[in-house]
Design a binder for this molecule. Structure first.
Ligand code: UD1
Ligand code: UDP
Length: 375
């Protein structure tokens, strides 16, 4: 089979790293990077760290408005797909790169495979919700990560081509999680403050790890709300380490918002460092889809800085360790007091790492097998 995989953002590079070796073991994969993410810390460094093949085509379509970047991707993809005539066009997740890949391929009559199909927040104000609904309705293969995703598709009348394969990111988290479970991995992380390059030393359980990048959390009111929330949960004994997405950093600068001194801003980190920082944190605060699930797999308390989540099983199965707090600081403080009281945080972090035992989901093999059955 000849497969064109379309990637472009950080989480798509991570997902491709989990699937690409299984595809390439028996098939031809052509990798197209739309360039939606373009900073080295958001894109190039992941190719190197995760051993992903260099893209066969790089579209350089990052930046600009949604229409501008999606249009650049559509224009860039059409001649490549026309020329290569793949058996499958594979798209991941719910970004503008996903939308562009699915749209161009289906207009050319090429079958689309969607990895992470069927997720819904039921909130059409989110750009991701629009992207995933369109991609799902155009796809021939819909690789669902969870039973809820299968149900969501059925509710929209989609049953043909739906395969429950599990979560591709779990395959990678299981492998790398084992490598960073020892506290030595945390000592080896060389973190530096984004502004001054001053080094930061971390002890297990003695910090909170945070990421924020959703479009809704870049609006001025939301920026004020979550920075205030972080200010309230941070303390000198337990600072917040905020690995800042460049788009969020720009939004904070534009709004003239400064972070509290115990909220320590660091550049976007590599994948292994991100998992290490989550693994040994007292708790994780995030609006990221990927980080939510990783925190769940690592067993770390996780406060979700959104009003909804697509990962309902992760929350339901967490035994109360994952809490949808939105931007409500009181809720966040209550959840932290219950899940990770400061005086027991180091002990809890150590107990957790001793208990870490994550199995791979087997999603990569299930996807390749499903494609081979029906291509
Ligand atoms: C995108 C996805 C989102 C996904 C996220 C993963 C869409 C609509 N959104 O959001 O679903 O969760 O990626 O991280 O596709 N920027 C840089 N350097 C970069 C990348 C971005 O400076 O390497 C800045 C630019 O100012 C850019 C802004 O971030 O305009 C937003 O980037 P964009 O790719 O449009 O969306 P994300 O917020 O990254
Ligand atoms: N991640 C990373 N470095 C960071 C923050 C996140 O490597 O500084 C990883 C994280 O571990 C997860 C993925 O990026 O594997 C999630 O991507 P992101 O939050 O950008 O997007 P989302 O999952 O919300 O679409």
């Amino acid at each position: 089979m000849r497969i064109v995989s379309v990637v472009g953002t950080r989480p798509q590079l991570i997902k491709a790293a989990a699937l690409s070796p299984a595809l390439r073991a028996r098939h031809e994969e052509i990798l197209v990077d739309t360039g939606q993410h373009y900073d080295d810390a958001m894109a190039g460094s992941f190719f190197r760290e995760l051993g992903l093949a260099q893209p066969d085509h790089a579209l350089g379509a990052g930046g600009g408005s949604h229409a501008e970047q999606t249009a650049a991707m559509l224009r860039g993809l059409e001649p490549i797909l026309t020329d290569r005539q793949p058996d499958v066009v594979l798209v991941y997740g719910d970004t503008n790169s996903t939308l562009a890949g699915a749209l161009v391929a289906s207009k050319l009559g090429l079958p689309v495979a969607h990895v992470e199909a069927g997720l819904r927040s039921f909130d059409r104000r989110m750009p991701e919700e629009i992207n995933r609904v369109v991609a799902d309705h155009l796809s021939r293969w819909l690789f669902a990560p969870t039973p809820t995703a299968v149900d969501n598709l059925r509710a929209e009348g989609i049953q043909d081509g739906v395969v429950l394969v599990g979560d591709l990111m779990q395959d990678l988290a299981a492998r790398v999680g084992r490598e960073v479970v020892d506290a030595g991995a945390l000592r080896d992380v060389r973190l530096r403050l984004a502004e001054s390059s001053e080094g930061i030393d971390l002890e297990p359980g003695a910090y909170l790890f945070a990421t924020v990048h959703r479009a809704e959390n870049r609006e001025p009111d939301a920026l004020r709300a979550w920075t205030a929330l972080l200010r309230r949960v941070a303390s000198p004994e337990r600072p917040v380490i905020l690995a800042i997405h460049p788009g969020t950093r720009l939004a904070l600068e534009r709004a003239g918002i400064r972070l509290a001194p115990d909220v320590r801003l660091v550049e976007p980190q590599g994948y292994r460092t991100s998992l290490t920082l989550q693994m040994h944190a007292s708790a994780v605060l995030t609006d990221s889809g990927g980080v939510q699930r990783e925190a769940a797999w690592l067993g770390v308390p996780c406060l979700i800085l959104r009003d909804t989540t697509e990962w309902v099983e992760a929350v339901a199965d967490s035994g109360g360790r994952m809490v949808v707090v939105g931007l409500d600081a009181d809720k966040a403080i209550d959840a932290l007091a219950r899940l990770s009281p400061r005086d027991r945080a180091s002990e809890l972090a150590r107990e957790r790492t001793r208990a870490f035992d994550l199995a791979p989901a087997g999603a990569a093999d299930a996807i390749v097998a499903a494609l081979e059955r029906e291509a």
